[in-house]
Design a binder for this molecule. Structure first.
Ligand SMILES: [Zn+2]
Length: 331
């Protein structure tokens, strides 16, 4: 399987996360995550890494609002080399405010600082997703080792460690080529950004912790109204077996109606040890083997887009188990 790796992802290296509303903690969305994901996958199966050296600005402009993208592009020049930007004021319209205040109309929270290289990294991450989609058009599975992640990025909003929606950039590429795809989200969190982009050609299917009691803290029963989306939740304390049963249910909705390609938003922050959970699961690293095997039973090509997974001590093991199960079942 080819793994598309964004060449500039490490230029985004946030240091502090303020999102607990407490003294800041060391940021968990670190560059090493890509290496851990790939190391685990390579222990499990034959992986051919492909470095993606360009940035996907045109594709990002086609998916996200122009003023939003232009703000993010302008921001690094206003920062010092080591500065980390967080908005100071959050309001619906700050379009006439000085640039450094405008972020408050595009940013959702204080967990996603922007550094001088962050937006180039996000465009690089987006390019990996698009390149993987182009590869999947040929009928092969692919892995987009995206970082920063993307599923919380909406049409004109960033946050949840995400700037541009990598999964829907891939889905757009597939849709443009006439493919019917499903975006299937197995991250711990609801991808509230992905939900904004769901269409009949690329509907959204997500299994996540209760999004009212966990980030992004919204009432998804309202969010899903009128959207082309199927949203399932799991209970606090869910075990690997219970989670797998819910994955089964989600996939029966997502691919049984004959999709050409499935984009899998792959998050390993469902692991019970992951710090980002408000309500912890009982999922352990070895549980991912059965999850990978179940996903492999989808008959269409699969495009994995990396999302969450922040336990650096266990991420490689989770990835190895998942892709081991996937490779065995795929044959
Ligand atoms: Zn997540």
């Amino acid at each position: 399987m080819r793994a598309f790796v964004p060449s500039e992802h490490a230029r985004h290296a946030p240091t502090k996360d303020y999102s607990d509303g407490l003294p800041p903690f060391d940021h968990l969305e670190v560059p090493a995550r890509v290496e851990l994901l790939l190391a685990g996958a390579r222990e499990a199966m034959l992986v051919e890494p492909v470095e993606v050296a360009h940035r996907a600005l045109d594709e990002v402009l086609a998916l996200h609002d122009r003023d939003y993208v232009q703000f993010l592009l302008a921001l690094p020049d206003a920062l010092g080399a080591d500065a980390e930007y967080l908005p100071a004021v959050f309001r619906g319209d700050l379009s006439r405010a000085p640039l450094l205040f405008q972020g408050g109309m595009y940013c959702k929270e204080v967990g996603t600082p922007v550094g001088a290289g962050s937006i180039d990294a996000a465009l690089s991450s987006a390019a990996a997703a698009v390149a993987a989609a182009q590869h999947a058009l040929g009928g092969d599975d692919a892995l987009a080792a995206c970082r920063p992640p993307g599923h919380h990025a909406g049409r004109r909003r960033y946050g949840g460690y995400c700037f541009f929606n990598n999964a829907y950039l891939a889905a757009r590429e597939l849709s443009r080529a006439g493919r019917r795809c499903a975006v299937i989200d197995l991250d711990y969190h609801l991808g509230d950004g992905s939900l904004e982009f769901a269409t009949p050609q690329a509907p959204y299917f997500s299994l996540h912790a209760d999004p009212f009691r966990n980030y992004p803290y919204l009432d998804a029963s309202h969010a899903a109204v009128g959207a082309h989306a199927t949203l399932l939740t799991f209970e606090p304390g869910t075990t690997g077996a219970q989670y797998l049963a819910r994955v089964d249910e989600l996939l029966s909705h997502a691919v049984d109606d004959g999709r050409d390609v499935a984009v899998i938003s792959l998050g390993f922050d469902t692991l019970g040890l992951d710090y980002v959970q408000d309500e912890t699961t009982a999922i352990v690293a070895t549980d991912y083997e059965a999850i990978g095997a179940r996903v492999a039973r989808c008959e269409c090509p699969l495009l994995f887009v990396f999302e969450g997974g922040y336990d650096a001590d266990n991420l490689q093991q989770c990835s190895r188990a998942f892709f081991g199960g996937f490779a065995s079942a795929r044959g």
